[in-house]
Design a protein around this ligand. Sequence first.
Ligand SMILES: [Zn+2]
Length: 114
Amino acid sequence: MNIRSLIEDFTNQLSSLVEQDAIDRARAVVESALGGHGRRGTKLLSGARRPKQLCPVPGCKNPAAPVFGMVCAKHKDISKAQIAKYRDARRAKKAKGTTKKRATRTTRAGKAAA
Ligand SMILES: [Zn+2]
C-alpha cells in the first residue's frame, strides 16, 4: 500500500462521510416536513372516518366506546333494548326538522290522492 492509495482511501472515506452527513440532514428535513403533514393528515382522516360518538343515555356526556356496545363505561350495564330506545329518541330529536318537511310532503301527496 503506498501513500497515494492511503490518501485516496482517506479522501473517499471523508467524502462519503460528508455525503452521508448531508444526506442524513436532508433526509431529516424531508422527514420532518413529510412527517408533520402525514401526522396531520392521519389525524384529519381518522377524525373524518370516526366521528366521536357520545353515549346515547340522556344527559350523559361521556364518549361511547365500541367495546361497551357504543355506550360509555358508566352505562355499559344498561340493556341493549333500553339503549336502542335512547338512541331512537336521540335520532328523532335530531331529525325533527327533516321529519316535519317529510310529513308536509306526505300530507300534500295524500291530499292529491284524495
Ligand atoms: Zn353514558
